[in-house]
Design a protein around this ligand. Structure first.
Ligand SMILES: Nc1ncnc2c1ncn2[C@@H]1O[C@H](COP(=O)(O)OP(=O)(O)OP(=O)(O)O)[C@@H](O)[C@H]1O
Ligand code: SF4
Ligand SMILES: [Mg+2]
Length: 444
């Protein structure tokens, strides 16, 4: 295999703690950082997409994108003496959503053709690395639940793609999705209505274990007891019914039911919003513990930003079906860019009394997603709105590493041509006025 090493940055110019990241089309590459010098070989269907990172402690991370997946791959790393390196972390993006769309029809012609639709999820993209959590935040109605349900294939998507563990699951039918049913689980907001009232706790948890043959029949009961223990549910709960429990206990039962089928990805839709604060903390800690011990990945949907800060690695901010900003959690909290994110996050209490946060109150109502504003969908409520925002949709820009924002304020092209765009806007207004006048004349 030919080696392609030209993408490696020269080590002399790097700080010792820096990380070398690159991909190689041939599936073979040299990585070098300080005293470490390795050759990494990757065999899989698209090695050029695989990302190799060498950390300053000498460990190597080989990460597969969600459309390639690691399940059919082989990775080997050797040092400059030809010895196999053991300190290799092989990871994958368990989930990738690309330009996902879900439109709900509002009106149809007699022949069933959609005339108008509500764009609940419109062009949403993100990646989730295994064993990590992405938080999906935004005001009510911005499309969080619809996004979760579309990923789970409870709704058929209207565009875009969904990759899960190396497979394209976008167009799989219900029957074909059965294969993934145990891999992807959902935890709902409401632990009261999501449990069947006539089944005992033991049977609720055991049902999917039996259906999906997770363990041999004679081991199901012991297995369920073990899962209950991990979720903080005492043994004697086994024969009791859901109505006998509090909200926090019921949510533990829901988590136990999801966990019992050994999922890889759990979509948590507001899993703690129906619970009081002390119970919320217990459930969040349980989810975190399970992530550490079982390696779960979570899509965590919530409008409680304090909870999101605590549990997530990455945050995606949605508004009217669009992604406004994505980035690592600390980065988004420390340096929010989008005016909408700034307003949302200004409401989060800060524990340090010396830090004074200026609360930004968002004016106006959320526009109807059935008839969203043109240009930047947030422009009707944005305090920094410019003329260009009223007709031009902002591009999604990588402002700093892994920190993306959709706002003209960070688009150099737009900001250096504001006069041109202002003129364009004025011309558009004039044209619309003249059109309205012509229509009036016609009717009059
Ligand atoms: N089955 C449906 N049919 C038609 N419209 C729907 C359907 N489900 C959701 N919507 C609309 O899609 C938009 C997004 O709804 P969604 O439930 O995804 O929002 P959300 O962000 O989860 O809100 P919340 O925080 O209140 O749970 C809303 O305007 C909602 O009215
Ligand atoms: S694009 Fe314009 S309206 Fe939209 S958030 Fe940025 S400044 Fe505000
Ligand atoms: Mg919701």
């Amino acid at each position: 295999m030919a080696k392609k090493t030209e993408k490696i940055q020269p080590v002399a110019t790097q700080q010792p703690e820096q990380v070398v990241t690159f991909t190689d089309a041939q599936g073979s590459a040299n990585v070098q950082l300080g005293k470490y010098n390795y050759t990494v070989k990757v065999e899989c269907k698209s090695p050029e997409k695989v990302e190799v990172t060498l950390f300053n402690d000498g460990s190597v991370k080989v990460k597969f994108p969600a459309d390639v997946g690691k399940k059919n791959s082989k990775v080997s790393v050797v040092d400059s003496n030809g010895n196999e390196v053991e300190n290799v972390i092989v990871k994958e993006d368990i989930l990738e959503v690309r330009n996902l769309k879900k439109y709900f029809p509002l009106s149809k012609t007699l022949l069933g053709k959609t005339l108008t639709s509500l764009k609940a999820v419109d062009d949403v993209s993100f990646k989730l690395e295994e064993g990590t959590t992405i938080g999906v935040v935004g005001e009510s109605g911005c499309g969080k639940t619809t996004l979760g349900r579309t990923i789970l294939k409870l709704y058929e998507s209207d565009g875009g793609s969904i990759y899960f563990m190396g497979d394209d699951i976008t167009h799989l039918k219900r029957k074909q999705m059965l294969k993934y049913r145990t891999d992807i689980q959902l935890i709902f907001q409401d632990p009261y209505s999501s449990l069947p009232p006539r089944m005992t706790v033991g049977n609720i948890i055991a049902e999917a274990v039996r259906v999906h043959h997770i363990v041999p029949k004679d081991q199901v009961k012991d297995y369920v007891h073990d899962i209950m223990k991990q979720c903080g549910l005492p043994r004697h709960f086994y024969d009791r019914f859901p109505h006998e429990f509090s909200g926090g206990q019921r949510q533990r039962i829901c988590i136990a039911r999801a966990l019992a089928v050994k999922p890889r990805l759990v979509i948590c839709d507001e899993p703690v919003s129906a619970l009081d604060v002390s119970i919320q903390a217990q459930i969040i800690n349980l989810l975190k513990k399970l992530q550490k011990t079982k390696g779960f990945s979570y899509v965590f949907i919530s409008h409680d930003l304090s909870v999101v800060k605590y549990i997530t690695d990455k945050i995606m901010v949605m508004y009217l079906g669009n992604v406004m900003e994505t980035g690592e959690t600390d980065e988004i909290f420390d340096n929010p860019l989008h005016p909408y994110t700034k307003a949302l996050f200004s409401a989060v209490p800060v524990p340090d009394p010396d830090v004074k946060m200026e609360r930004i109150i968002l004016g106006g109502d959320i526009p109807s997603p059935a008839n969203p504003p043109k240009g930047c969908k947030f422009h009707t409520r944005c305090s920094q709105c410019m003329d260009v925002c009223k007709f031009k949709t902002p591009q999604y820009i990588e402002h700093s590493k892994n920190h993306f924002v959709a706002c003209h304020l960070y688009d150099n092209e737009v900001m250096s041509n504001l006069d041109k765009y202002n003129k364009e806007y004025k011309e558009m207004l004039l044209e619309e006025e003249q059109k309205a006048l012509r229509n009036e004349k016609k009717q009059g």
